[in-house]
Design a protein around this ligand. Structure first.
Ligand SMILES: Cc1cc2nc3c(=O)[nH]c(=O)nc-3n(C[C@H](O)[C@H](O)[C@H](O)COP(=O)(O)OP(=O)(O)OC[C@H]3O[C@@H](n4cnc5c(N)ncnc54)[C@H](O)[C@@H]3O)c2cc1C
Length: 386
C-alpha cells in the first residue's frame, strides 16, 4: 500500500514523485514504456523561465533551484550555461529591452548583449542576422535523452521510489478507502491517492473526460545534426527572432501587440508554426527545431505519423540564415507530441478525492514541471509550504 501512485514517468510525473518522496511519502510510479520516451525525451532540454509568463516564470525559477540541487548530489545532466535571445531587427531589440525591464522588476537577472558580444560568444552567428541579445545567466539545459532516466534512477537508488516500467495502467478505482490501480499485465496496486500524468495519451484512462475537454495535441518536428567538430562550442540555449515573437514572456511587453499586428498574415513560419532554436548536446551535435501542428485531443491520429520534409527544409534554411554551423548534416529527425489546453495553462481534473489528473503542460514542461509539482504535492497532501 502506497501513499501515492503516479501514473506516467515523464517529467511531470517524475517530479510529482520526487516531491512526494521528499515529503516522506511512500511512492510508486508506473510507466507504460520500457523507459519514458514521449515528449520528455524528444525536446530541446531548454530550461527557460525567461520565456514564460509571470506565473510560469515563478515555477520555472523554482525548477532551476530543484534541478541544480539534484545535480549537486547526482548527475542528471544539468549544465548552467545560460540562455540567450538573439534579435534580428529593431522591433525584436525593442522587445528584448522591454523584457529586461520586466525581469529587473521581478528580480530575475538578465543582461543586454551587444551585437559584437553575441558574435564573440556564439561562433558562427551571422553578423547580418544578429542585432543584439538578452542573456539569462541562471538558466540551465538538460540532456533530454538522458535526464529523465537519471532522475528515475536517482529516485529509485536514493529515495526508495518503487518504479514499475513497462506497465500500462488501465483502470483506477476508488473503493472509498483506497485507490486500486490495475495494469494491463494484471498487477493490482493500492494507494491513498493517485496522480495521473499521462502526457498526450488520451485513449487509455478516462477517454471521455479528455474528449470533452479543450485539450489539444501539438506535433513538433525536430532535427539533430551530426556532432560538430570538437573545437565548436555553442553554449546554453539559443533562441532567436521568431521565438521573441512567439514566447509568452514577450506578451507582457508594452510593444508586443503593436509589433505582432505589423507581421505579414501569411508566411511559411506562420503556416507551420516555425521558430528556430539551437541547443548543443554533450556529444557536440546540435538540436534544431521546431514546428507546430495542432489537433483536438480526440483527433490525435489526424496528426499523422509522417515527417514533412518541406517543414524540415524550411527550418534548415532559416537556421542557416542565423548560425553558420560547421556542419548541417542531419543525423536524426523525429517528432514529439505534447498536449495543452486552449483556454488554460494546464489541465487539472479531480476525478474524485483520491484520483487526480494533471497534464496539458504544453511547451513548458521541462521548465515548469519541477516547480509546479512541488506546489501541487503540497496542496494535494495538505503539506506546509517550506
Ligand atoms: C519537440 C519538443 C520540444 C520541446 N522543447 C522543450 C524545451 O526545450 N523546454 C521545455 O520546457 N519544454 C519543452 N517541450 C515540452 C516538454 O517536453 C513537455 O511539456 C513535457 O515533456 C511533458 O511532460 P509530461 O510528463 O506531461 O508528458 P510525457 O513526456 O508525454 O510523459 C507522459 C508519460 O506517461 C506515460 N503514460 C501515459 N499513459 C500511461 C498509462 N496509462 N500507464 C502508464 N504510463 C502512461 C507515457 O508513456 C509517458 O512516458 C518540448 C516538447 C516537444 C515535443
Amino acid at each position: 500500500m502506497y501513499d501515492l501512485i503516479v501514473v506516467g514517468g515523464g517529467v511531470l510525473g517524475a517530479f510529482h514523485a520526487y516531491h512526494a518522496l521528499e515529503a516522506g511519502l511512500k511512492v510508486a510510479l508506473i510507466e507504460k514504456d520500457k523507459a519514458p520516451q514521449e515528449a520528455t525525451t524528444r525536446n530541446f532540454g531548454q530550461v527557460v523561465p525567461s520565456g514564460m509568463d509571470s506565473k510560469w516564470q515563478a515555477y520555472g525559477r523554482e525548477s532551476l533551484k530543484i534541478y541544480k540541487e539534484i545535480q549537486s548530489r547526482f548527475d542528471i545532466s544539468i549544465r548552467n550555461n545560460g540562455s540567450v535571445y538573439i534579435a534580428s531587427n529593431e522591433e525584436e531589440m525593442q522587445l528584448l529591452e522591454e523584457l529586461r525591464v520586466i525581469n529587473q522588476a521581478n528580480d530575475y537577472s538578465s543582461e543586454m548583449m551587444s551585437k559584437e558580444a553575441c558574435l564573440a560568444k556564439y561562433p558562427g552567428l551571422k553578423a547580418d542576422y544578429a542585432k543584439g541579445g538578452l542573456f539569462f545567466p541562471e538558466e540551465v539545459t538538460v540532456e533530454p535523452r538522458v535526464m529523465i532516466h537519471r532522475l528515475l534512477e536517482y529516485l529509485v537508488a536514493e529515495k526508495n521510489l518503487a518504479y514499475f516500467p513497462y506497465k500500462t495502467v488501465i483502470a483506477c478505482e476508488n473503493t472509498g478507502n483506497v485507490v486500486k490501480i490495475t495494469t494491463s499485465g494484471g498487477d493490482l496496486l493500492e494507494a491513498g491517492k493517485t496522480i495521473i500524468c499521462n502526457g498526450r495519451d488520451f485513449k487509455t484512462l478516462y477517454p471521455e473526460i479528455f474528449a470533452q475537454s479543450d485539450l489539444v495535441v501539438t506535433k513538433l518536428q525536430m532535427l539533430l545534426t551530426k556532432p560538430q567538430p570538437q573545437s565548436y562550442i555553442l553554449p546554453g540555449s539559443i533562441l532567436t527572432g521568431l521565438s521573441i515573437r512567439r514566447y509568452e514572456a514577450f506578451y507582457e511587453c508594452p510593444s508586443f501587440a503593436d509589433i505582432k499586428s505589423r507581421e505579414p498574415k501569411e508566411s511559411p513560419e506562420k503556416k507551420w508554426g516555425v521558430h528556430i532554436l539551437f541547443k548543443q548536446a554533450t556529444d557536440g551535435s546540435v538540436i534544431l527545431g521546431d514546428s507546430h501542428e495542432y489537433a483536438d485531443a480526440k483527433n490525435i491520429d489526424d496528426l499523422g505519423y509522417d515527417l514533412d520534409m518541406d517543414i524540415d527544409q524550411f527550418m534548415i534554411l532559416k537556421a542557416k540564415q542565423i548560425i553558420n554551423l560547421p556542419t548541417y548534416e542531419i543525423a536524426h529527425r523525429w517528432f514529439g507530441i505534447y498536449s495543452q489546453c486552449k483556454t488554460k495553462d494546464l489541465f487539472q481534473h479531480q476525478v474524485d478525492d483520491r484520483i487526480h489528473i494533471v497534464t496539458g503542460i504544453g511547451g513548458k514542461g521541462m521548465t515548469g514541471s519541477a516547480g509546479f509539482s512541488k506546489e501541487n504535492i503540497q496542496q494535494l497532501f495538505n503539506l506546509k509550504n517550506d
